[in-house]
Design a protein. Structure first.
Length: 171
């Protein structure tokens, strides 16, 4: 009786495993793998382009330009009121935003994918702010991010200096 049960179990395993092996076509499996890989690469590129477009939109908004107004300032004073200086940094939040963007731009300019992870301190100065923070910097999306620090100086409503590197990282 044991031999019969063992023989039927082996026959069931052999017949059960043979059917799926015949259904899977190696060429089809390879094509599906390629399609999934291409979709992942396309999604990564689309996300990178969206980040760039958002950064450019913020930069344009900070400079005071409005979309579709043919080069006019969005916050232009009424006619006869004189010229204002659009885009000046006037609050602590604006200083933090401007410094975060400047630090990321500095990282990109040095060949890294840089993302601000944390703002660690904002110090008020008589003529502006000093902002300290941490960047995640990597050469490509495959690399592990390295924690870099940054220091940014805002003086008289403008970012005047951004330093990034390992020397500024606080842990």
């Amino acid at each position: 009786m044991k031999k019969l049960v063992l023989l039927s179990a082996v026959a069931a395993m052999v017949s059960g495993s043979a059917a799926p092996a015949q259904v899977v076509d190696p060429a089809l499996s390879r094509d599906i793998g390629r399609a999934v890989g291409q979709a992942a690469v396309a999604a990564e590129r689309a996300a990178a382009e969206a980040r760039i477009a958002a950064r450019e939109a913020m930069r344009a908004a900070r400079q005071g330009y409005a979309e579709g107004v043919a080069g006019a300032y969005a916050d232009a004073p009424p006619p006869g009121a004189g010229y204002g200086r659009p885009g000046l940094i006037g609050t602590e939040d604006q200083a933090v935003d401007a410094c975060a963007m400047a630090a990321e731009d500095r990282g990109y300019g040095e060949g890294y994918r840089a993302t601000v992870r944390d703002i660690e301190g904002v110090n008020r100065r008589p003529d502006g702010w000093d902002v300290d923070g941490v960047l995640d910097a990597r050469r490509s999306w495959r690399d592990e991010p390295a924690a870099w620090g940054f220091r940014c100086e805002v003086r008289h409503g403008q970012v005047v200096n951004v330093d990034i590197g390992h020397d500024y990282a606080r842990r």
